[in-house]
Design a protein around this ligand. Structure first.
Ligand code: ADP
Ligand code: MG
Length: 600
């Protein structure tokens, strides 16, 4: 049996390096954090060949004494925490005392540092974890660290690195994140002596974002500030309508630490759902302050992930804060006083109810019949109310007139043909009728489904082959919250594993082939709007509208008889004039109008 041995420090450090230092950008991160922890007001970062050949970080922080300089390279040498309990109230970036020894174990590492009080600095050179020399040197107050030939002691790891360009992109992104979070410190980033960015001490976050990400982006941002109990959210978010093609400008910080948090990212994406076109990402530089005892930054050695206690509450807070701000901004710009962006007064979210379906995402006006969302390009769902009783009836342009159809009896419309795939042309006694047949279908589905939903007993179809599907953790939590709602509307859904579900039955109006997609759409609708159990009508209308969209899109129209039946069926609807989204279903051109057109 092999005997147990304690690993030499060099080996232990190299193993730790595998965790802490996954790529050159991670070295940059550790060094910047140390500089910030040391109170630096000026930080200069330089790298070459994606950081593989050289990374240099210099600061004017408080430096280290010769003894401390040596200690800083010992495993678990840290000045930042003393006991485990301190972990709960970490105010500094670093706390493990792992970074420097790890980096030094896998590179040619030079540390030069001087405190203000001492006449000389200290220079320490370590190669692959072995101390080569330590001596006095002349230098200004602060610390300079050079990391050359990263991973030269572990060639296997070097192979895992991506191209220089990719690694460089990571370094640039990371440096930007820290620069944005610390406007009071000047930042310079150089690649091979060429300046990538240089930002002096800035007065504000907006100024810093402008320096680093460009003036254009800075001008598209609005301030956000919200507080709820122990949460505080501040920063800048994109104006309504402003989205980006990538996530690079969706930046979140927790207690000033840049984090890659699914919870926060999803909350932002969700809040912007109807404020930016589909497929675009929100623009945000937001800072969450939360009691350090409520977030665990100790999850991953590289500390990119965070874990929150009370995720759900946090998510809610985040979404509401952002939504409130977006609505406010949309209202302001709609009224036309948006040029000077007012600083928002902190919003007390405690008093506010979760948005419900009815008020949902409407913005400007509170009058229900005329509400339209102010700026929401690509918004999937309009929230006009009262469609059934005919509220937003679109008036067709002259010279067309809406025919007032005879509601009973057979409709003397003779099929003539189909034009442009979408329009059925009929000849009637009075003239020509152009019918948008998908709109007609949409209206019929809408009223049928709504009637089904309003009826106490929902007609279900038990599926022969249940539909299995997977959700991410957030969606899964939302589904559980809304299972009753689904149930009462004819969806029987069962969980059969963590985040796995099975649809056992569907409402009878829904084609099983559309079941999963529909359930997902409905779920995102519920998550976005929240659901008010006391007011089921708006929710039902949404379901019916959503379902009608899907059904109308996929339906077909055949032959000569079906169009006539369709028209007749349409005329029995409560509102045959408009489809389920308020658009006209048909026009009539009277013979008289036609004759006028031809100058008769
Ligand atoms: P940690 O940051 O987790 O404490 P590190 O290995 O990154 O561990 O650094 C070890 C110690 O070295 C720090 O606690 C700090 O006292 C000192 N140190 C590192 N970098 C600097 C710096 N740029 N300026 C002053 N002190 C530093
Ligand atoms: Mg550190």
């Amino acid at each position: 049996m092999p005997a147990i041995r304690i690993l030499p420090d060099v080996v232990a450090n190299q193993i730790a390096a595998g965790e802490v230092i996954e790529r050159p950008a991670a070295v940059v991160k550790e060094l910047i954090e140390n500089s910030l922890d040391a109170g630096a007001r000026r930080i200069e970062i330089e790298f070459s060949k994606g950081g593989k050949n050289l990374i240099r970080v210099e600061d004017n922080g408080y430096g280290m004494s010769p003894d401390d300089a040596l200690l800083s390279l010992e495993r678990h040498g840290t000045s930042k925490i003393r006991e485990a309990a301190d972990l709960l109230k970490i105010g500094s970036y670093g706390f493990r005392g792992e970074a420097l020894p790890s980096i030094a174990s896998v590179s040619r590492f030079t540390l030069r540092t001087r405190t203000e009080e001492r006449p000389h600095g200290t220079e320490i050179f370590v190669n692959g974890g072995r101390l080569v020399h330590a001596k006095e040197c002349g230098m200004p107050g602060g610390t300079q660290i050079e990391v050359a030939h990263l991973f030269h002691t572990v060639p296997a790891r070097r192979k895992f690195l991506k191209t220089d360009n990719t690694e460089a992109a990571h370094i640039v992104h990371l440096s930007r994140l820290f620069a944005v979070a610390n406007p009071n410190t000047s930042f310079t980033l150089l690649e091979n002596g060429r300046t990538l960015f240089r930002s002096p001490v800035c007065q504000s976050l907006r100024e810093r974002v402008g320096e680093i990400f460009g003036r254009q982006i800075a001008s598209q941002l609005i301030e956000i500030e919200a507080e709820e109990e122990d949460y505080k959210l501040t920063g800048l978010i994109g104006k309504p309508g402003v989205g980006r093609a990538t996530r690079h400008e969706l930046v979140t910080y927790v207690n000033r630490r840049p984090v890659d948090s699914r919870t926060l990212n999803f909350a932002l994406i969700e809040a912007y759902h109807t404020y930016i076109p589909k497929g675009r990402y929100p623009l945000a530089f937001v800072f969450l302050e939360v009691d350090p005892a409520k977030v665990d930054v100790n999850v991953h050695p590289a500390k990119r992930e965070v874990r929150f206690r009370e995720e759900g509450r946090l998510r809610h807070f985040f979404i509401r804060a952002v939504l409130d701000r977006l609505r406010e901004a949309a209202t302001v710009s709609a009224v036309g006083v948006a040029s000077e962006e007012p600083k928002p007064t902190p919003i007390n979210l405690q008093a506010r109810a979760v948005p419900d379906f009815g008020k949902g995402l409407t913005g400007i006006s509170s009058s229900p019949a005329t509400v339209s969302r102010p700026i929401a390009p690509g918004a999937p769902i309009q929230l006009e109310k009262g469609n059934v009783d005919g509220a937003p009836v679109a008036v067709p342009p002259e010279p067309f007139k809406i025919a007032t159809p005879a509601m009973e009896g057979s409709l003397n419309w003779r099929y003539f043909g189909t034009a442009h795939g979408s329009y059925v042309v009929f000849e009637t006694d009075n003239g020509l009728v152009l019918l948008n047949w998908r709109g007609a279908r949409g209206r019929i589905f809408y009223e049928d489904i709504l009637a089904g939903l309003e009826g106490k007993s929902q007609n279900c179809q038990k599926l022969l082959f249940p539909i299995a599907f997977e959700l991410d953790a957030l969606a899964s939590a939302a589904l559980e919250e809304h299972l009753d709602f689904f149930q009462s509307n004819g969806f029987e859904i069962e969980q059969f594993g963590r985040n796995y579900y099975r649809i056992e039955s569907l409402p009878d109006w829904l084609d099983p082939g559309l079941g999963e997609g529909f359930a997902r759409d409905l779920l995102s609708l519920l998550r976005e709007r929240g659901l008010n159990p006391n007011r089921p009508e708006p929710a039902r209308e949404e379901i019916a509208r959503l379902a009608s969209d899907r059904l109308a899109q996929t339906s077909r129209l055949f032959g000569q008889v079906e169009p006539v039946r369709l028209a007749e069926r349409l005329m029995t609807c409560r509102n045959p004039l408009n489809d389920h989204r308020g658009r006209p279903t048909f026009f009539e051109i009277s013979w008289g109008d036609l004759e006028k057109k031809f100058g008769k």
